[in-house]
Design a binder for this molecule. Structure first.
Ligand code: HEM
Length: 404
C-alpha cells in the first residue's frame, strides 16, 4: 500500500456537484487506502483499514487532541460523548443508555412501535389527495423530529426554532466551498449557545416538575455511575437532538429514492413486508446518511499498512466508501436487499457505534412500509433530486413524488 496525495479526488467528493453520485469517486479514492492530503490530514477509504481505525484505542474522537485545532469546533461548550474518549465517553454513554434502552434493553425501543406507527399514519393521512408530495418536507423530516422531541420531552411546537439552530450547527461543521466559513462558524457558535440555553431552560423546569421523558430521567438518575451534571445533560440532549434530526431523515429519503429507482424491489416489499428488515440494512450500506466521519485524532504515531500517520494528525474516515469496497462486499454497487453477511459501516463501529441504531432502524422500517402501502403508483419527479449541501450527512433536500 502506498501513500500518495489525492487532494483532487477528495476536493471533488466534497464539491456539491458530486453529491448525487459520489460513489465512482470513492472507488478512485480506494486505490490509495491511506491518502495524505495537502493540509497534512489523512483520508482512509477501504473497509479493512476503516474497521481497524474505528477499533483502535490510539485514535481519539476529541478534537482537542488534534495538533492543528479545527476552526469549526473551537469555542464550543462542553463536548458531548460522541466527541470524548474512554473513560469519560463510556461513563456518559452508559448513563444515557440506561434510559434510552437499546441495545441493552431492546424492549424500550420495540415498545415505541405503536406510537411510531400512529405518527406515520397521521403524516400519511395528511397527504390526502395531493397529486405531488415532497417526501422530505411532508414525511421524512417531521417523523423522526417528532419522535426525538417526544423522547426527550421537548414541546413539538418549539421545533421550528430548533430547525434553524440545528441547521446552523450542521452548516458550521460542513464543507461547502460556496459559503463563507467564518460566517458559518459564527452562526454555528451562536446557534449552539441558543440551543444550550433553551435546553437549560427545559431542564430547570424538569428539576421542579418531573415529566415522563429522558431529560427528567437523566436529571434524577442515581445509578452506579452517579448522575450527569446539568452541563453534561445539556450536551447529551444536544447530541441526541442533532442525531435525531439529521440522520434518519436522510435514511428514509434515500430509501424511498432507492425504491423508486428499483421498482421490482418496491413491488416485492408490498407483497413481502418482512423484507423491510434486511432492506434497511442494505440501505445503510448502499446509501448511508453518514458518509464521512470528518475527524479522528492520532494519540500517537500509528502505522496503517506501510504508512506512518504521525501523532496529532487529523484522520478522515470515508465510511460510505468502506461499505462499497469490493474486497469486502460482492458486487457492491448493486442494491441487494437479500444480501448476506452485511456488516456495513452505516452506524460506524467500535466504542462510538451509533447509540440510536435500533430506533433509527425501527423508524425507517415503519416509514418505508407505510409509504409503499399508501403510494400506489409513485413516480419520481426529478432524478437525481436536489441534494442538501452536506457531503458528511448526505440526503435529498426535496424528494417530489407524483401519485399515480
Ligand atoms: C453515533 C449514524 C441515528 C444517536 C453515530 C455514528 C454513526 C451514526 C456513523 C458514529 C460516529 C463516530 O464514530 O464518530 C447514524 C445513522 C442514523 C443515526 C446513519 C440514522 C439512520 C441516530 C439516532 C440517534 C443517534 C436516531 C439518537 C436518538 C447517536 C449517538 C452517537 C451516534 C448518541 C454517539 C455514540 C457514541 O459516541 O458512543 N451515529 N445515527 N443516532 N449516534 Fe447515530
Amino acid at each position: 500500500m502506498t501513500t500518495t496525495e489525492r487532494p483532487d479526488t477528495l476536493r471533488r467528493i466534497l464539491d456539491h456537484s458530486s453529491r448525487a453520485d459520489p460513489y465512482p469517486l470513492y472507488a478512485e479514492l480506494r486505490r490509495t487506502p491511506v491518502a495524505l492530503q495537502e493540509d497534512g490530514s489523512y483520508v482512509i477509504s477501504t473497509y479493512r483499514e476503516l474497521t481497524g481505525i474505528l477499533h483502535d484505542p490510539r485514535l481519539s474522537s476529541d478534537v482537542r487532541n488534534l495538533a492543528r485545532p479545527m476552526a469549526a469546533v473551537e469555542g464550543r461548550a462542553t463536548p458531548s460523548f460522541i466527541n470524548l474518549d474512554p473513560p469519560e465517553h463510556d461513563r456518559l454513554r452508559r448513563l444515557a443508555m440506561r434510559h434510552f434502552g437499546p441495545p441493552h434493553t431492546p424492549g424500550l425501543v420495540s415498545g415505541m412501535e405503536p406510537g411510531l406507527t400512529a405518527t406515520v399514519s397521521g403524516l400519511i393521512d395528511g397527504f390526502a389527495d395531493e397529486q405531488r408530495i415532497d417526501i422530505v418536507d411532508e414525511f421524512a423530516y417531521p417523523f423522526p423530529v417528532t419522535v426525538i422531541c417526544r423522547l426527550l420531552g421537548v414541546p413539538r411546537e418549539d421545533e421550528p426554532r430548533f430547525h434553524v439552530w440545528v441547521n446552523a450547527i450542521i452548516e458550521s461543521i460542513d464543507y461547502d466551498p460556496r459559503t463563507d466559513p467564518q460566517e458559518k462558524l459564527d452562526n454555528g457558535v451562536q446557534a449552539t449557545k441558543d440551543l444550550r440555553e433553551y435546553l437549560g431552560g427545559l431542564l430547570e423546569v424538569r428539576h421542579g416538575h418531573p415529566g415522563d421523558d429522558l431529560l427528567t430521567r437523566l436529571a434524577n438518575d442515581d445509578g452506579p455511575d452517579g448522575r450527569m451534571t446539568d452541563e453534561e445533560i445539556i450536551s447529551t440532549a444536544n447530541l441526541l437532538l442533532i442525531a435525531g434530526h439529521e440522520t434518519t431523515v436522510n435514511l428514509i429519503a434515500n430509501g424511498m429514492l432507492t425504491l423508486l429507482r428499483h421498482p421490482e424491489v418496491l413491488r416485492r416489499l408490498r407483497a413481502e413486508p418482512g423484507l423491510v428488515v434486511p432492506l434497511v440494512e442494505e440501505l445503510l450500506r448502499y446509501e448511508p446518511p453518514v458518509q464521512i466521519i470528518p475527524w479522528r485524532a492520532a494519540y500517537s504515531d500509528i502505522t496503517v499498512g506501510d504508512t506512518v500517520i504521525p501523532k496529532g494528525s487529523q484522520i478522515m474516515l470515508m465510511l460510505a466508501s468502506g461499505s462499497r469496497d469490493p474486497d469486502r462486499f460482492e458486487d457492491p454497487d448493486r442494491f441487494a436487499p437479500d444480501r448476506q453477511d452485511n456488516q456495513h459501516l452505516g452506524f460506524g463501529s467500535g466504542v462510538h457505534l451509533c447509540f440510536g441504531g435500533p430506533l433509527a432502524r425501527l423508524e425507517t422500517q415503519i416509514a418505508l412500509t407505510g409509504l409503499v402501502r399508501r403510494l400506489e403508483r409513485p413516480g419520481l419527479v426529478a432524478d437525481p433530486p436536489p441534494y442538501r449541501p452536506s457531503p458528511v450527512l448526505r440526503g435529498p433536500l426535496h424528494l417530489h413524488v407524483e401519485q399515480g
